[in-house]
Design a protein around this ligand. Structure first.
Ligand SMILES: *Cc1c(COP(=O)(O)O)cnc(C)c1O
Length: 346
C-alpha cells in the first residue's frame, strides 16, 4: 500500500548518502573529545550559525534543556512564549531537573512575544522574585503554524534582554526552514542571540540528533550537563556522520517542502469540513481545523488508505518533508477529499 506519512518531519529516513557516511565514519571516544566526526559536525554547525562552539546532543529537547541548565541555576527563571515547545512539550525538564522556573508570556499567532511584555516580565533585585536568567524564542514556531520570526523580530526581543544583560536562546528545531523561507543566511537569523538549538532529525532527515551552538564557555557548561544527564556518548561519530551530510545536502531542498505545504493547504481549503487560515502557512507545517462529527473515524479511514495525519482535535497537523513528493500531495488530497465526502454522507 502507498503510505504518505504527514504526522511529522521526524519520520524522515536517512538518505543513502547518510547511510554510506555512517558506514565509513571515522570514530573515537567523544566523551574524551576524540571523535573526529563529531568534532567535524560541531565545527560545521558552529560555523554555519556564526557561533563560537557547538555541542552534539541526543535530541532537540536535550539541546534546550542543557542550554537552560548551563545558563540558569535553582530558583532562577526563563521567560518564553506560552505556546512554545519548551513550555508545553518537554516535560517541564528545566524545572524537574534544574529547579528552574518557567515564566510564560502570551505568544501572538505569529509565534512572537511582545518585547514590552518581556521588559515588564524581567525580574531581579527583590527577594520575592525568581531572577530572570534567560529569554527563549522559537523559530519556526511549531504550534503557531510553522510561523517564521524574522531577524528584526528576534532582535526586538534580544535588545530588551541584553539591556538587562540576560542571554537569549532560540529553540530553532526548524531554524533552517525559517532561513530557507526568508532566503537569508541562517547565521543572520541568530546573530542577535547567544545560544540556539536546531534539529538534524526533522526536515534535515538525519536519523538522530540536534546541535546546540553558542559561546564556548556556555557550550563547555552544557557539555558538563550533557554528561550529568547520562548522554555522554562514545563512538557517536557514526550518528554525527549523517548530521554532516544533512547540513551539506538537505538544507536547500527544504524549499520543496514549503512549496508542497502551500499546494496541500490550497487543496485542503476547498474540502467541506476543513477550515484553514490562508495566512498562517509559510513553511512546512499545515495546521487546520476539522469541523465534522466523529473526526477520529476519518483519521482511521485515512490511515487505512495510507494517509497518516496528526490529529489533536479540533486541530489537525500535516507536515511536509523529504519523503513526500508533489505527487504524494495530490494523492493525499484525492484520498482526503473522498474520505471527507463519504463521511459526510454516511
Ligand atoms: C521537535 C521539537 C523540539 C524537540 O525535538 P526532539 O528532538 O523531538 O526532542 C523542540 N522544539 C520544537 C519547536 C520542536 O518542534
Amino acid at each position: 500500500m502507498r503510505v504518505v506519512d504527514f504526522r511529522s518531519d521526524t519520520v524522515t529516513k536517512p538518505t543513502p548518502e547518510m547511510r554510506h557516511a555512517m558506514a565509513v565514519a571515522e570514530v573515537g571516544d567523544d566523551v574524551l573529545g576524540e571523535d573526529p566526526t563529531v568534532n567535524r559536525l560541531e565545527a560545521l554547525a558552529a560555523e554555519m550559525l556564526g557561533k563560537e562552539a557547538a555541542l552534539f546532543v541526543a535530541s532537540g529537547t536535550m539541546g534546550n534543556l542543557v542550554a537552560i541548565l548551563a545558563q540558569c541555576g535553582r530558583g532562577d527563571e526563563v521567560i518564553m512564549g506560552d505556546r512554545t515547545h519548551i513550555f508545553n512539550g518537554e516535560g517541564g525538564g528545566a524545572s524537574t531537573l534544574g529547579g528552574v522556573a518557567l515564566h510564560p508570556l502570551g505568544n501572538d499567532h505569529r509565534g512572537m512575544i511582545d518585547p514590552d511584555d518581556v521588559e515588564t516580565a524581567i525580574r531581579a533585585g527583590n527577594i520575592h522574585y525568581s531572577p530572570t536568567k534567560l529569554v527563549a524564542l522559537e523559530n519556526t514556531h511549531n504550534s503557531c503554524g510553522g510561523a517564521v520570526l524574522t531577524q528584526e523580530d528576534v532582535k526586538s526581543v534580544a535588545d530588551v534582554a541584553r539591556a538587562h544583560e540576560i542571554p537569549v536562546h532560540v529553540d530553532g528545531a526548524r531554524l533552517f526552514n525559517a532561513a530557507v523561507y526568508l532566503e537569508a543566511p541562517v547565521a543572520e537569523l541568530v546573530r542577535d542571540v547567544d545560544t540556539v538549538t536546531f534539529c538534524l532529525s526533522k526536515g534535515l532527515s538525519a536519523p538522530v540528533g540536534s546541535v546546540l551552538c553558542g559561546p564556548r564557555k556556555t557550550i563547555d557548561e552544557a557539555r558538563r550537563w550533557r554528561k550529568i544527564l547520562g548522554a555522554g556518548m562514545r563512538q557517536v561519530g557514526i550518528v554525527a556522520a549523517a548530521g554532516i551530510v544533512a547540513l551539506q545536502t538537505m538544507v536547500h531542498r527544504l524549499a520543496e517542502d514549503h512549496v508542497n505545504a502551500a499546494r496541500l493547504a490550497r487543496g485542503l481549503r476547498g474540502i467541506p469540513g476543513i477550515e484553514i487560515d490562508p495566512e498562517t502557512l509559510p513553511t512546512n507545517l499545515v495546521f487546520f481545523k476539522v469541523t465534522v462529527d466523529s473526526p477520529m473515524e476519518i483519521v482511521e479511514r485515512l490511515a487505512e488508505s495510507g494517509v497518516r495525519v496528526f490529529a489533536r482535535h479540533p486541530m489537525w497537523r500535516m507536515v511536509t518533508h523529504s519523503d513526500i513528493t508533489t505527487d504524494d500531495i495530490d494523492y493525499a488530497l484525492d484520498v482526503i477529499e473522498s474520505t471527507f465526502r463519504e463521511h459526510a454522507t454516511a
